[in-house]
Ligand binder design. Structure first.
Ligand code: D41
Length: 697
């Protein structure tokens, strides 16, 4: 393997190249995770760049071997300050709108008149769903993707090539042996409903911005200055037109769609040829019925004249082609009155205000609850109890509150204020500061992470998960089942599940074996879980694996850790740890200040024994575990440096000499500590001897 990793790219066989690309994808992917998610890179930037360069060189030699998960799709480039402007080789036109059936009839009649077509002559058109995303232009030169741009104002857009490369739907090369020298494709970047919901859930858990709809999410994701952010977002693409091309693949729009599909570009599967206005309106109604189940937002139907020669004759007026039109679905809106604004607590402790409105039918569905997302959103729209509001169903799925009808606001209303205590458990609810931006998160959260009923299942499941207590068999479903039975309310209950062994064995889906297996897994963890996993399991906001490990290595055992967290100086002590900033320190302190959390930890520690964690690199060091005292003037380093170095080697540095002291390092001018050491018979060495001892002389 190492031999292969060093073999010059020019000498690789195809088989070796395949192997190398697989290795590089895994390796670079791993380094990306360490860098972007854990903030803990393990190689230098230069070494990382070398891996990437090798990957790119191999791909240049064997383009057909480019992997779907290739690092070249994930960029790795530094974030840009802002996007470069690009002029579109051919302007990106806009679409005229039709709202009524008669508008569509007029559209076709206009075309017939313009072309002078005779009665009975069929004008072939293509109807396709109008994707509610954002339009982009992709440029391929000799079949290779070279430029991706947003539509912008139609004449000039932004260069988002690096971001486009991360979209798995979009091929880096056209799948054809003879690609035209220049080939521009236009289409829509969008996000599916499922991916949108999952992404918003993740955003919410991280306390980051929630997007109002898939379109905004797609736009926000595509316009990330750091392409690595885009790569983490599930964007998709449908192609629907050509831009500048040195050679068109066909003479009609329909055939072009088929060619695009063959060349590896996704084309909407619902597009359909139509021969008459009746066909077009039938298609419109068919799709309208399928709309809610499509899995992505569409906001209408686009009709296009099929033949390119006719398109050319029709030309365009101002910025819209005469040969195409968008038949919009009516925005489904209705008015209602806000009866009450209630607050719900999600599984991650986030407080979400929801407007309960007088039931109203919007697009055939009764709406009575509308999420207001967060307190900033409520303030922005200034929604109050008693207000008349306009609601709509976005993409026909999620009801939204569009605006307040201010003219109809009754007298004596008050601006809404979100409660600062959790409505479920009564604990304080706070808006944490995002460590990256220094701004408060939009989400307000209940701080009773461990025993708030609203968060219980999520927390229990997290507690037992692989990176935390690693209790196999206690997944989300089981945690929910036990919670519903009343057996599990907080982490301590996990270790009392044995009390329910007989009942469990008798339950549907459980037997002697699976019960024994689960209880055994729990017993094993009762005494084998190390401090870092324990800390991670607590679910302290902002504390991930890396921070949990840092804390564990710093405090070594649960006692010392908790004592520090409950002390008045907790924040300073945390702040002093390399890798923990003041925002993080504050978040941790808030967690331990909540008495519900303290009580839950006390109950938990009655059940389990947490295994100590050694300081890193303590092994093999000649001073590991030794208690060392520095005294006098050190000449080769500062006192702080000496202390940090000794601690990193596993020594404990004490401030005064006692029976427990193993070693005193004395420089010139040493006073009482030196005499104490001599009295107690503690070994005294010079600074030079110390450096020799730790191998740094
Ligand atoms: O699905 C769409 N959003 C869509 C947009 C589509 N299916 N076809 C389109 N066709 C055009 C022309 C006819 C001008 C090539 C479009 C758009 N334009 C368009 N998207 C945004 C502005 C214009």
């Amino acid at each position: 393997m190492t031999d292969l990793a060093n073999k010059p790219v020019q000498q690789l066989t195809e088989k070796e190249a395949t192997k190398e690309l697989a290795r590089l994808a895994a390796e670079i992917g791993g380094h990306d995770r360490l860098y972007y998610q854990d903030d803990a890179p393990t190689i230098t930037d230069a070494a990382y760049d070398l891996l990437r360069r090798r990957n790119n060189d191999i791909e240049a030699r064997f383009p057909e071997l480019i992997r779907h998960d290739s690092p070249s799709r994930k960029v790795g480039a530094k974030p840009v300050e802002r996007f470069e402007k690009v002029r579109h080789a051919l302007p990106m036109l806009s679409l005229d709108n039709a709202f009524e059936d008669s508008d569509v009839e007029d559209f076709v009649a206009r075309i017939r008149r313009f072309l002078g077509s005779k009665e009975g002559d069929e004008i072939a058109l293509v109807a396709e769903p109008k994707i509610d995303g954002l339009a982009v232009s992709l440029r391929y030169e000799d079949g290779v993707f070279v430029l991706g741009a947003t539509r912008g104002d139609g004449a000039e857009g932004e260069n988002v090539t690096a971001n486009i490369r991360t979209i798995a739907d979009i091929p880096q090369r056209l799948h054809t042996r003879k690609p035209p020298p220049v080939f521009e494709v236009r289409g829509e970047v969008y996000m599916s409903h499922a991916d949108f919901a999952a992404m918003n859930r993740r955003q919410e858990e991280k306390g980051e911005k929630i997007f109002a709809n898939p379109r905004n999410a797609a736009a926000g994701s595509l316009r990330q200055l750091d392409a690595n952010m885009t790569a983490a977002r599930p964007l998709r693409f449908f192609a629907y037109a050509l831009g500048e091309v040195s050679e068109a693949p066909a003479k009609t729009h329909w055939e072009t769609l088929q060619a695009l599909k063959k060349w590896g570009l996704p084309v909407n599967p619902l597009a359909k040829p139509c021969g008459s206005v009746a066909d077009m309106l039938q298609f419109y109604r068919d799709i309208q019925h399928q709309r809610a189940g499509l899995g992505y937002d569409i906001d209408g139907i686009v009709y296009k004249v099929d033949r390119y020669d006719l398109q050319a004759r029709l030309g365009f007026v101002s910025r819209s082609p005469r040969w195409a039109i968008a038949h919009k679905f009516a925005a489904e809106q209705a008015e209602s009155v806000v009866e009450r604004i209630a607050v719900y607590v999600g599984r991650t402790g986030v407080l979400t205000p929801v407007a309960h409105i007088k039931p109203v039918t919007v697009g055939g569905v009764v709406v009575q609850n509308v999420s207001l997302h967060n307190e900033e959103e409520v303030a922005r729209k200034d929604v109050r109890e008693g207000d008349t509001v306009v609601v709509q169903r976005a993409g026909d799925v999620i009801p939204q509150l569009v605006r307040v009808v201010l003219e109809r606001r009754p007298k004596g209303t008050h601006a809404y204020k979100i409660p600062e205590i959790c409505p479920v458990c009564g604990s304080t609810a706070v808006r944490a500061i995002n460590p990256k931006t220094g701004e408060p998160e939009v989400a307000r959260r209940c701080t009773n992470t461990l025993s708030c009923p609203a968060q219980a299942v999520e927390r229990l499941y997290h507690f037992a998960s692989r990176d935390a207590f690693d209790i196999e068999g206690l997944g989300e479903k089981t945690a929910q089942e036990f919670f519903d039975l009343g057996w599990l309310r907080e982490p301590a209950d996990i270790f009392r599940l044995t009390e329910h062994a007989d009942e469990l064995k008798a339950r549907e889906g459980w037997g002697d074996q699976s019960t024994a297996k689960l209880l055994n897994a729990i017993e094993v963890r009762r005494k084998t879980t190390p401090l870092d996993r324990f800390i991670l399991a607590l679910g302290i906001p902002q504390v991930g694996e890396t921070t949990a490990r840092l804390l564990a290595r710093n405090f070594h055992n649960a006692d010392a850790f908790l004592r520090s967290m409950y002390s008045a100086t907790a924040e300073e002590e945390l702040d002093a740890i390399e890798g923990i900033g003041d925002v993080m320190a504050r978040a941790i302190k808030v967690f331990f200040d909540e008495t519900h959390n303290r009580d839950a930890i006390v109950r938990l520690l009655k059940q389990i024994t947490v295994v100590d964690v050694a300081a890193p690199r303590a092994v093999n060091s000649p001073v590991a575990g030794k208690v060392v005292v520095f005294t006098g003037t050190l000449e080769r380093m500062t006192r702080a440096e000496a202390k940090a170095r000794a601690e990193s080697l596993g020594a404990k540095v004490a401030g005064s000499v006692s029976k427990k002291t193993d070693l005193v390092v004395a420089g010139p001018g040493a006073g009482s500590k030196l005499t104490d050491a001599q009295k107690l018979g503690v070994t005294v060495i010079s600074e030079d001897d110390w450096l020799k001892k730790i191998g740094e002389a």
